[in-house]
Design a protein around this ligand. Structure first.
Ligand code: HEM
Ligand SMILES: *[C@@H]1O[C@H](CO)[C@@H](O)[C@H](O)[C@H]1NC(C)=O
Ligand SMILES: *[C@@H]1O[C@H](CO)[C@@H](O)[C@H](O)[C@H]1NC(C)=O
Ligand SMILES: *[C@@H]1O[C@H](CO)[C@@H](O)[C@H](O)[C@H]1NC(C)=O
Ligand SMILES: *[C@@H]1O[C@H](CO)[C@@H](O)[C@H](O)[C@H]1NC(C)=O
Length: 328
């Protein structure tokens, strides 16, 4: 018991020191710039916006794919597009082998359009950041906002890093807070960014533990019944279907509906519902549920902050030609 306590204190302290160091670094160097490509590729952001919008208009589920790719990229080795790298014979165990994400082909399509106007200039890491911003506009009705850029692409991608850095959907609130703190993100950022679960999809296996053998009492019983119609009990032969993150309103819209859903027990993950377990985060959930405009402002700012995690800039890393392969 004493040992468990000292271990968790040590971990907390480590997370705190890392977070403090990160925020000092990003303030001191301020490595990213708004309109970084204004002279090297003036059409860069408009091209990303055009293609991203076209993809989402054609398949409305794709906004969530772009948003989640950005989160996963930034939480693993920083926002360096390491999530996009394909396995190779010398490096078979890459990040994308750890978790199923959607949108890789779509990102390649955006990159190809950008390469067509300015070859070799715009990084894949910046394309992920712009596409996430543009998703907030197209799928969330946000007024567009500045997304600083100048990120470079990394050359390293390791499956193991995903397991170390991406939070599990069964984490409890203190662990979620520590996970975000290790990236320099606050409790407010956690509450704000979690609303990305207002859109997109989830596999049953990530929340089945809340349905079987008994329904989690913090989940709305009617909502749980609906999920059980789609999700077979673990271990049965029904496979692993997907459901909408938002079972109440349009599941392809990024919005503050997530907070309203949480208040009535209609969110999927343990980690989602955990935001109701402290007075502070529950108050933020209530505020965000009532005030969409304030949440939108906070979400845009938090997305920019997410995009500044451990970035490579200057001459570090490289600019890939194809987002799925390192340039040799
Ligand atoms: C707070 C900790 C978080 C946990 C534990 C978590 C966990 C998950 C899980 C398990 C899924 C289902 C994936 C699947 O079944 O394919 C998911 C989906 C998703 N997550 Fe998160 N997530 C977290 C935070 C975030 C953040 C910060 C963002 C973005 C800002 C985000 C964006 C998304 C999106 C958009 C989807 C739907 C993806 C799709 O439609 O393909 N998540 N998340
Ligand atoms: C915009 O995107 C569409 C596909 O959605 C493409 O056909 C068109 O050429 C693009 N225009 C520009 C200026 O990038
Ligand atoms: C659960 O949701 C149903 C249907 O939306 C609603 O009628 C019911 O009042 C909710 N139950 C609780 C306990 O909130
Ligand atoms: C949360 O608020 C309630 C009442 O408003 C109070 O009784 C309780 O002590 C608070 N809990 C914490 C952990 O602050
Ligand atoms: C919620 O909003 C109220 C009223 O604006 C404010 O006083 C309070 O600090 C907010 N709570 C949180 C946790 O942001």
């Amino acid at each position: 018991m004493a040992m468990a306590t000292s271990v968790s204190k040590a971990m907390l302290l480590t997370a705190f020191v890392v977070a403090a160091a990160l925020s000092t670094v990003s303030r001191a160097q301020s490595p990213l710039q708004v309109n970084f490509y204004s002279s090297s590729c003036p059409q860069a952001e408009a091209t990303v916006r055009n293609v991203t919008e076209g993809i989402i208009v054609k398949d409305r589920t794709m906004g969530a794919a772009f948003m989640r790719l950005f989160f996963h990229d930034c939480f693993v080795r920083g926002c360096d597009a390491s999530i996009l790298l394909d396995p190779t014979s010398s490096n078979p165990q890459v990040e994308k082998k750890a978790i199923t994400l959607r949108g890789y082909d779509a990102v390649n399509k955006i990159k190809a359009a950008v390469e067509a106007v300015c070859p070799g200039v715009v990084s894949c890491a910046d394309i992920l950041a712009f596409a996430a911003r543009d998703t907030a506009v197209v799928s969330g009705g946000f007024t567009t906002f500045d997304m600083p850029s100048g990120r470079r692409d990394g050359v390293v991608s390791k499956l193991f890093d995903v397991l170390q850095n991406i939070p599990s959907p069964i984490l409890k609130l203190p662990d979620l807070i520590n996970n975000f703190a290790a990236k320099g993100l606050s409790v407010d950022d956690l509450v704000t960014l979690s609303a990305a679960h207002s859109f997109g999809q989830a596999h049953c296996s990530f929340f089945n533990g809340r349905l079987y053998p008994t329904v989690d009492p913090t989940m709305n019983a009617t909502f749980a019944d609906g999920l059980k119609m789609v999700c077979p009990p673990p271990g049965s032969s029904g496979g692993d279907p997907v459901v909408s993150n938002n079972g109440v309103t349009d599941p392809n819209v990024l919005s503050n509906q997530y907070y309203g859903n949480m208040g009535v027990g209609k969110v999927l993950f343990v980690s989602d519902q955990q935001l109701m377990t402290s007075n502070y985060t529950a108050a933020k959930v209530a505020n965000n549920s009532e005030d969409a405009a304030t949440w939108m402002g906070q979400f845009a700012a938090a997305l920019v902050k997410l995009g500044s995690i451990q970035v490579l800039t200057g001459t570090a890393g490289q600019v890939r030609k194809y987002c799925n392969v390192v340039k040799s």
